[in-house]
Design a protein around this ligand. Structure first.
Ligand code: FES
Length: 160
């Protein structure tokens, strides 16, 4: 039994219909849903399956394979910690560990107040300023564990 509102059902059907002429519409449909809703829970995947004829198993496989897609709602601030090679050799693990320690969550999780999500990412294209993180798309260069509390506080205080 779906818990989706009629409004949400109509919107998702509309997104599916945008790509009905595409031979392989799944990535485009899921990207639009992720962008508009921030996550793609199972009942949405079932609806996409009904609309497109693509199996739920295939849709679930795509949603769980790509880190861009999320099954659960993300926090207001998504902290992307790069663990790519350039960042890793410069101590990125210590930075993500510091975020985890202070926020009390692991990578892939969201704080109970819905404020922060930590994502572990591969290269975010900022190797020259490694180790780098991004918060809602803003890149912070040459990160250190010592800089982590200040960044968290800044977002908590709404100074951004
Ligand atoms: S490896 Fe981190 S930005 Fe490239």
């Amino acid at each position: 039994m779906s818990h989706l509102s009629q409004n949400a059902i109509d919107q998702i059907k509309e997104i599916c219909s945008r790509y009905e002429k595409e031979p392989t519409p799944l990535m485009m449909i899921l990207s639009d849903i992720q962008n508009e809703y921030g996550y793609i829970p199972l009942d949405v995947q079932e609806l996409v399956s009904d609309e497109t004829g693509i199996s739920v198993a295939e849709i679930y496989g795509v949603v769980t394979f790509y880190s861009f897609f999320s099954l659960k709602p993300k926090g207001k601030y998504v902290i992307g910690c790069c663990l790519g090679t350039a960042c890793y050799v410069k101590g990125a693990q210590k930075i993500i560990d510091k975020f985890s320690e202070i926020l009390g969550i692991s990578a892939g999780e969201t704080t109970e107040d819905g404020l922060f999500t930590i994502d572990a990412l591969r290269c975010i294209g900022a190797c020259g300023i490694a180790p780098a993180i991004s918060v809602n798309g803003t890149v912070y260069p040459k990160m250190t564990p010592e800089a982590v509390p200040e960044i968290i506080q800044k977002y908590k205080d709404g100074e951004v």
